[in-house]
Write a protein that binds this ligand. Structure first.
Ligand SMILES: *Cc1c(COP(=O)(O)O)cnc(C)c1O
Length: 430
């Protein structure tokens, strides 16, 4: 698979390098040079397959020149060895695609686990590798669990202090061993900037075998394509041309994966990009001006991102496919509206959390009678226990994967958003 750098089109790499480097020169994102396309017959065949076989088949179209089908299937089987996505009806024409039944109860398990499997598959057994990642909540947990106890792979996770939920925190800060976590005195964007600075330091990068695991990593996006196909296979065929998907967006990785799925031939009618008050994209689509403001803390904290990293990929895809950016609906939802929506959903029998509720809210506003509306359930409600319990005045029962960690020791370090301090940490704990 050939990929090119969006900031420097002359830089071309294969999939293995793209996974390993994360970013290209000038911090450019990698993007596939060739996008396969399934015709109607191929799509029909794909839909009949089970999740593992289908995912192997789809991804093999991108990377079969770098890994055998047999090995790819083996890695995918380990990566996706948890409860598959399910579709839960919420209203007459709206359902939730629940992607949160993995080990860390968020959709990020798909991307993180696939990436971990691919990296460990290609890794030189004797060299050290450092996975440095910034998280606004769920990435940290997914990445930590995906790499936990892997030999010669060290994981360092930066997160904004006090801005991730307590339960999110215990999922990744209580593991220890090869998982190091640092609470940064700043926003998620500060954390992301520290990661970028580290990648810019060539000597450091080489010395500690630096790798990224943010949603900028192309392997994560590829893995996420697979559940859009799974969702399609779960929807009765009479609706196959009327599917509208609403996505709660932060870094816009999930949306990018959905759009790639569409470009491969999945006939999704339209996508909706829902954001919280960090509304850089909805404003941009309205007035054509890219003007990120400083990040606002909201109750949907995994989406508290004002400079969404994946946006250049979204634009590239629209350009390549000659799609019209005006067809992409995007709207922001305030905390007040989110709270109202969680209550509204609960009244009709569905317990949700802030991120999914935002997607539902915008979907409900735009859906037409004949549409099959799907909003993505990106995290399990109990990951936001305090928020949800307060809004609904109920007690949530924690799933076992969370309950079992509640009393464990938190191993996190504290740090100011200072690159030199981080560098020292990275060099010391090698
Ligand atoms: C990461 C995350 C999002 C945002 O996904 P992006 O791919 O970054 O747009 C939404 N909801 C939850 C619960 C998340 O963890």
């Amino acid at each position: 698979m050939k990929l090119y750098n969006l900031k420097d089109n002359n830089e071309e790499v294969n999939f293995l390098s793209a996974i390993k480097y994360g970013l290209g020169k000038k911090q450019g994102l990698f993007f596939p040079k060739y996008l396969p396309k399934f015709n109607t017959k191929a799509l029909e065949n794909l839909i009949k397959m089970n999740f593992i076989d289908r995912s192997t088949h789809i991804l093999s179209h991108f990377i079969s020149d770098e890994i055998s089908l047999k090995d790819l299937k083996k890695q995918i089987k380990i990566a996706f060895s948890f409860t598959k996505p399910i579709i839960v009806p919420v209203t007459k024409n709206i359902s939730c695609l629940e992607l949160f039944h993995g080990p860390t109860l968020a959709f990020k398990d798909f991307g993180a686990r696939f990436m971990a499997q691919m990296l460990s598959y290609w890794k030189n057994k004797n060299s050290i590798m450092t996975i440095l990642t910034a998280t606004s909540g769920d990435t940290g947990a997914a990445v930590a669990h995906a790499f936990y106890r892997m030999n010669n792979i060290r994981v360092v996770i930066l997160y904004p202090k006090g801005r991730v939920s307590k339960l999110q925190e215990i999922l990744f800060c209580t593991l220890g061993k090869n998982i190091h976590t640092i609470a940064i005195d700043g926003s998620f964007d500060d954390c992301q900037y520290l990661v970028k600075q580290s990648f810019n330091d060539k000597k450091l990068k080489k010395k500690i075998g630096l790798n990224s695991a943010n949603s900028i990593n192309i392997s994560r996006l590829l893995a996420q394509i697979c559940y859009y196909f799974e969702a399609f296979s779960l929807i009765p065929s009479k609706y196959h041309n009327d599917i509208v998907i609403s996505i709660p967006c932060g870094n816009f990785g999930n949306l990018t994966a959905g759009l790639i799925a569409k470009s491969l031939g999945l006939p999704i009618k339209s996508f909706i990009a829902a954001t919280n008050s960090n509304d850089t994209v909805p404003r941009f689509l309205k007035n054509g001006k890219w003007k990120p403001k400083s990040t606002i803390s909201t109750i949907s904290n995994a989406m508290d991102i004002s400079q969404p990293n994946n946006w250049p990929r979204v634009e590239e895809l629209f350009k390549r496919k000659k799609w019209d950016l005006n067809d992409l609906k995007s709207e922001s939802v305030s905390d007040t509206e989110t709270i109202q929506t969680i209550r509204e959903l609960y009244k009709i029998g569905y317990t949700s959390e802030p991120h999914a509720a935002i997607a539902y809210k915008v979907l409900k506003k735009h859906i037409q009678k004949t549409d099959f509306g799907l909003f993505l359930g990106t995290a399990h409600p109990s990951k936001f226990q305090n928020t949800v319990e307060k809004i609904l005045s109920i007690k949530l029962k924690l799933p076992n994967s969370l309950q079992s960690r509640v009393d464990l020791k938190n191993f996190s370090h504290n740090m100011k958003p200072d690159f030199l301090k981080l560098k020292k940490f990275l060099l010391k704990n090698i």
